[in-house]
Design a protein around this ligand. Sequence first.
Ligand SMILES: Cc1cc2nc3c(=O)[nH]c(=O)nc-3n(C[C@H](O)[C@H](O)[C@H](O)COP(=O)(O)OP(=O)(O)OC[C@H]3O[C@@H](n4cnc5c(N)ncnc54)[C@H](O)[C@@H]3O)c2cc1C
Length: 384
Amino acid sequence: MQNRRAVVVGAGVAGLASAIVLSKLGWRVALLERRERLKGDDLGMILWASGVRALRALGVDATLDAAGTPVERFEIRNEERLSSSFAGAMLGADDGTPSVMVHTAMLYEALVSRLGDRVEVHPATQVDRIDMVDLAAGDASRRWNADLVVAADGIDSPTRPLIAPGSPTVDAGVVVFRGTIPAHRAPERGAEAVEVYGPDRRRFGYGDLGHAGACWWATVPGGMRPESPQIQHELINRWFADWPAPVGKYIAATRPSELTQQSVRYVWPVPPRLHQAAGNGGIVLMGDAAHGVAPILAQGASLALEDAVTLGWALRRTPESIPDALASYDRARLPRLKRVARLSRRVHTIASGGRGVTRGLLRAVPDSWVQSQAASLADWQPPR
Ligand SMILES: Cc1cc2nc3c(=O)[nH]c(=O)nc-3n(C[C@H](O)[C@H](O)[C@H](O)COP(=O)(O)OP(=O)(O)OC[C@H]3O[C@@H](n4cnc5c(N)ncnc54)[C@H](O)[C@@H]3O)c2cc1C
C-alpha cells in the first residue's frame, strides 16, 4: 500500500484519527481543513472506555497523552435524589480500561502530534468539490487526487446525501450551553460525571477536567438564543436557580466569555451504507458525517475514533482491494452504529418528554437496566 494516496476532508476527531491510521499503513495523506488552525475547542467531553481503547489503538493514551481524567462514577440524578449510578470501571469491565473526561483541545493536540510525516496538512482549505468518479477533492484553486476520499467533514457533510440520500439531520429541539472553568476558579469536584434531570425538560451535567479545570453542560428546550453571552449567562442562572448543589456553583464560577452554545441535531436513520466504490478506490463517510448521533449518551467522539480504527483494520485485511475493504468496513460498523444511534435517540426522546414523564421514568427504570445498556455501549474492542 506504499504508493496509495488518500485525501481526508475535515480535521475533527474523525479526520485526524483517519489520517493517523492511513499514514501508519504507509499511505500518503492530504488532510484538508477549512479552519485556519488544527485546534480543538475549549470544551470538556466524555470518552467512554470504547473510545479510550480506540485511542490506544492509534497510539494515544487518553490519560497520559491527552491528560484525560478517569471517571470513577457516572450518576444520574433528579432534583431530589440519586436515580441511578454505576462505576466507571464497570464500562471497561473486561480489561479495566477507564472512561475519561478530556479537554477537547488537549485531545486534538495529542492526535495532531501523531499525524507523522506522511500527512500533509492544508489548513484554511474549504473543500467545495469532491469528484466521486475520478476520485479527488479540492477547493476553488487546488485539487488532490486520491485512491480513497475520506469525508470526515461533520454532520452537515454534503457527501452523505450523495451516498445515503435517506439519512438527513433531525433537529433535536434542544440547545446545549457548555462552560469550561479554569482550575483556579473551578468548584471543588470529585471523580464522578453527573447529570441532573430537572423539570421542564432541562438537564445539567458536570465533571472534572483535572489540570484543565472543570466543565459543565446545560440542556434546555428550544432553539439557539440570540442574546449576548452576558444575558445568556443570566438566563442560565435563572433557569437553574434552586437546583441542588453544586449546580449554582458551576454557573457562578463561569464567566460569560467561557460559555459556548450549540444546537443539537442528529442523523436519522443511520445510512444503510457508509461508502461508495469508484474504480479501484472509493469514498467513505466517517464520524458525524456518517452518523452524528444525539449527544445525550456522549458517544460521538468515541464512535468517530472507532470508525477510524476499523477502517485501518479493513484496509489491512484486504490490502489488494479498496472496494472490498470498504465493504468489510460497512459490515463491521453498521450493526454497532445502528444500535448506538437507536439508543441515543430513544433516551433523547424520553428525556424530552413532558413534565413528570422523565421523572416518572427515572424512578421506574431499574439500575440494572441502565447499567446493562451502558455496558453494552462501551463494549467495543478494536477488530483483529
Ligand atoms: C452538545 C454536545 C456535546 C457533546 N458531548 C460529547 C461527549 O461528551 N463525548 C463524545 O464522545 N461526543 C460528544 N459530542 C459529539 C462529538 O462532539 C462529535 O461526535 C465529534 O466531535 C464528531 O467529530 P467529527 O470529526 O466527526 O466532526 P467535527 O468535529 O464536526 O469535525 C468536522 C471537521 O470538518 C471540517 N470541515 C467541515 N466542512 C469542511 C469543508 N467543506 N472543507 C474542509 N473542512 C471542513 C470542520 O471545520 C471540522 O474541523 C457532543 C456533541 C454535542 C453537540
